[in-house]
Design a protein around this ligand. Structure first.
Ligand code: ATP
Length: 235
């Protein structure tokens, strides 16, 4: 399994934001769901070595996030919720900058590939500050996949996109999930139905469900995922 999380716990001050979570993920798209404040971003930040856990373990491609963070970073791509970008850089310049951080050989060739893959072609000569929100998301995604990681962590990558952009970014995520392990945090249940093979639901820091989309629907008499989510997280 590309991701192995066991007994993961994060305490901020007196608050248990993540409470003894255990799950695994392999190639495909895993919907990482939960109400606001459930602990999704915190878990994602631990998986990407941005913050340390309080206890428990998390491994990415067999590497421990606490003790082998350089190896983890080589195997993981992360699009944080806020998609922080250097907006005064030009698209290609920003990708060149990230390629330099990863020490990518022949960066020009790889940058051209990810520009093609993320549909940035028409906007590739613009400054990031001039891009629409959807194209900024594409730049964030392009940066996350530039070093061709096996695992991608995408924290609400489609929030605020128009319906056309939604469809194309979802298609891109689906394509990426064919060869990579993608953890996708989203509040849009239609997106989960459209894109995800498996779902993990976190509620108030606890693991509340870990199943295939199909399995979850079967368990709840084929109700809509939205209704199932409400039941699980209000129960
Ligand atoms: N740096 C921090 N210091 C203190 N508490 C924090 C910190 N970061 C997050 N929290 C708290 O931890 C809990 C989980 O937050 P987290 O951001 O992981 O939730 P989330 O599931 O990603 O929520 P959302 O869907 O709103 O993005 C929240 O109650 C939040 O206020």
């Amino acid at each position: 399994m590309s991701i192995e999380v066991s007994g993961l716990t994060k305490i901020y001050g007196t608050q248990k934001a993540v409470n003894d979570i255990t799950f695994t993920a392999g190639p495909g798209v895993l919907g990482f769901l939960g109400p606001n404040g459930a602990g999704k971003s915190t878990t994602m930040k631990i998986l990407t070595c941005f913050i340390p856990q309080t206890s428990g373990t998390a491994k990415v491609c067999g590497f421990d996030v606490a003790t082998q963070s350089l190896d983890v970073r080589q195997h993981i791509g992360y699009l944080p919720e806020s998609n922080p970008l250097y907006t005064d850089m030009y698209v290609k310049e920003s990708l060149g900058f990230v390629a330099g951080i990863h020490g990518i050989r022949q960066p020009g060739k790889r940058i051209a590939e990810v520009i093609e893959q993320t549909g940035l072609g028409p906007e590739q000569h613009k400054q990031i500050s001039q891009l629409s929100k959807g194209y900024k998301q594409r730049v964030g995604l392009a940066q996350a996949i530039l070093h061709n990681p096996d695992v991608l962590i995408l924290d609400e990558p489609t929030s605020g996109l128009d319906p056309n952009q939604l469809i194309s970014i979802r298609q891109l995520i689906t394509d990426l999930g064919k060869s990579k392990t993608v953890i996708l945090s989203t509040h849009i249940m239609q997106e989960v139905e459209a894109v995800c093979n498996n779902v993990v639901i976190i509620n108030r820091g606890h693991l509340a469900a870990d199943d295939t989309v199909k399995g979850l629907r079967q368990k709840y008499n084929n109700q809509l995922l939205e209704q199932i989510f409400t039941k699980i997280t209000n129960g």
